[in-house]
Design a protein around this ligand. Structure first.
Ligand SMILES: CC(=O)N[C@H]1[C@@H](OP(=O)(O)O)O[C@H](CO)[C@@H](O)[C@@H]1O
Ligand SMILES: [Mg+2]
Length: 571
């Protein structure tokens, strides 16, 4: 009998965990019951809700799952407590995988099952998951150590949630390091640093200081011989990005020293209730205006972070007082312009395949600019950073951004090796290779990082000698409109082709197609939101008036197909 057959013939062992462990799990969660009627789901960005609706229960269960994940991967796992751009009274929790990426999607189901388990069944549920995940015919991994790192934003509910989390980790004997306040991308950075230390891919030193030093060193290298015009105003949404940016400034040279002048706005973390209130990236992107507190003068470069500093948008007001947004699409094209130019100067155009990844929400004009002017390939994925991230990893240099400002740039191991091992033949080539090499360190490749994205954008603007107006004029955005439509059951709205076509309800897509064909440069799609109970409709067209009309008509189609069934049975 071959070894393989004998393994197949063995029944899977069933492991019973120590009853005192199960009792510890059950008693640890006792203070955190599920409020009646609550159902939780691990969504696009983990669990997110009003903090007082049983989030402590959910966080406890995330602690249990993190311990199992850590044992399974034999690596440190991250837990971030944040609700990003959402209101101050919300909070949330998400898991970070060993390389600093988001939790593997197939595990979201486990997270959802545990979160919806009643307190008295929690020990048993943990045991069931251990058997499903950590026990098989060949190995039993339940006794491996578990290591977790924790970060949180500045929300008032944070400390209580961390307490619930630690109760879970203590119950199962997991080791943990609580970093306290961190931006989301800083936590992703820590996880990757810890898991790559003493390897050829060591990412950096797993401390805040290590993060600032890595970024500042790369920034100084890449700035060599370039100078940034004027200053940049950064609105920190009164979130954790404020104090972290202030900290980074201690490591960065000012413009007099060949560096950058940053003016920090909205960094009040002592009043948690002002978080994301009339400020921040989401406010600016959705309202298409500067925060009311902004005192920006014409053409002053401004940008806004969100509450956990993983998103950024730029903007300015021109001399006629007109507001202009430079969103994620623009940051992506700016990065691509620079990297393509540097790759060419380094003589590596043929060796490094550079590509862009967008979602259907990217402005059609940006896609056309990348394909026709920059002559780079564009891949479109479903909404959600995890989809973009994976698609970007297939290029040597993959630039990905959602229009709302969340994104980063990935360099493959192959690209890193080529860039770092190519011997320059002249000073021009050396400068290009050094710039590419420093970009690898300046950009936080684990996840979108507003602070790192800003430094990179500033360097590129300096390199091109561009004002925000020059940047804006690289292409002209098609006027567009995003509408939120509440329907009876958003689950009815199913899509294909990277969410650009509805396959259900039957007949809806045909109606949308007919509408779109009436508009010059018209494009529109409808999809169910992954984070809100609604369907989103996006439309763009040649003029503002047309884009708005198209959005309204498509929203009407969605309303019609999404209406509640007639209770009398007549449709
Ligand atoms: C149109 C839009 O901005 N959608 C957002 C929003 O997703 P929805 O699935 O559309 O609700 O939240 C996601 C998580 O923050 C973010 O990744 C995404 O870009
Ligand atoms: Mg965020």
């Amino acid at each position: 009998m071959s070894a393989a057959t004998s393994v197949f013939n063995q029944p899977k062992p069933v492991v019973s965990l120590d009853p005192t462990l199960l009792e510890a799990i059950n008693s640890g969660i006792r203070p955190y019951p599920i409020p009646s009627g609550r159902v939780y789901g691990y969504g696009t960005a983990g669990f997110r809700m009003k903090a007082n609706l049983g989030l402590d229960h959910v966080v406890y269960t995330v602690g249990l799952l993190a311990a199992i994940r850590s044992k399974k991967r034999n690596a440190t796992i991250g837990i971030m407590i944040t609700a990003s751009h959402n209101p101050a009274e919300d909070n949330g929790v998400k898991l970070v995988d060993p390389m600093g990426d988001m939790l593997e999607q197939s595990w979201e189901g486990y997270a959802t099952v545990l979160a919806n388990t009643a307190n008295e069944d929690m020990g048993k549920a943990y045991e069931t998951l251990v058997n499903e995940i950590l026990v098989d015919e060949i190995r039993q991994l339940q006794d491996r150590p578990a290591n977790i790192v924790i970060g949180r934003d500045t929300r008032a509910s944070g400390p209580t949630l961390v307490k619930a989390l630690k109760a879970a980790l203590d119950a199962v004997g997991a080791k943990y390091t609580d970093y306290g306040y961190l931006t989301t991308p800083q936590l992703h950075y820590m996880v990757r640093c810890i898991n790559t230390q003493n390897t050829p891919y060591a990412f950096g030193e797993a401390t805040e200081e290590g993060y600032y030093k890595k970024m500042a060193t790369a920034f100084k290298t890449i700035m060599h011989g370039r100078s940034i015009k004027g200053h940049v105003v950064i609105d920190c949404a009164n979130g954790v990005g404020g104090p972290k940016l202030q900290e980074l400034l201690k490591y960065l040279p000012t413009s007099k020293e060949g560096g950058i002048d940053i003016k920090v706005l909205n960094d009040d973390v002592l009043r948690p209730e002002v978080l994301n209130l009339d400020c921040g990236a989401d406010f600016v992107k959705t309202r298409q205006k500067a925060p009311p507190g902004s005192k920006a003068t014409p053409n002053e470069r401004c940008c806004s972070l969100d509450g956990d500093a993983d998103r950024v948008v730029y903007y300015f007001t021109d001399s006629n007082g007109v507001f202009h947004l430079l969103d994620g699409d623009r940051i992506a094209t700016l990065g691509a312009v620079f990297l393509a130019e540097m790759a060419e100067k380094a003589g590596l155009s043929d060796k490094l395949k550079i590509g862009l990844v967008q979602t259907a929400y990217a402005n059609g004009a940006s896609t056309e600019y990348v394909e026709k002017v920059l002559k780079l390939p564009v891949v479109v994925t479903p909404t959600g950073v995890k989809h973009l991230h994976h698609a970007a990893a297939r290029f040597d240099i993959g630039v990905y951004f959602e229009a709302n400002g969340h994104g980063t740039i990935l360099f493959s191991d192959n690209a890193t090796k080529i860039i770092r091992e190519t011997q320059p033949k002249n000073p021009g080539q050396k400068h290009a290779l050094d710039s590419l090499s420093a970009s690898i360190d300046l950009i936080n490749q684990t996840v979108g990082d507003a602070i790192s994205d800003i430094l990179f954008a500033e360097v590129v603007l300096a390199h091109k000698g561009w004002t925000p107006e020059n940047w804006l004029n690289t292409y002209i955005d098609l006027p567009n409109r995003l509408v939120r439509v509440e329907v009876h059951d958003r689950g009815l709205f199913k899509t294909e082709d990277a969410e650009r076509k509805l396959v259900s309800p039957k007949g809806a897509q045909e109606e949308i197609n007919r509408l779109v064909s009436n508009y010059t440069k018209g494009r529109s799609f409808a999809r169910a939101s992954g984070t809100e109970d609604a369907v989103r409709v996006y439309a763009e067209a040649y003029s503002k008036h047309e884009a708005e009309a198209l959005a309204k008509h498509v929203a009407d189609v969605v309303k019609k197909y999404g209406a509640a069934p007639d209770p009398r049975g007549q449709s």
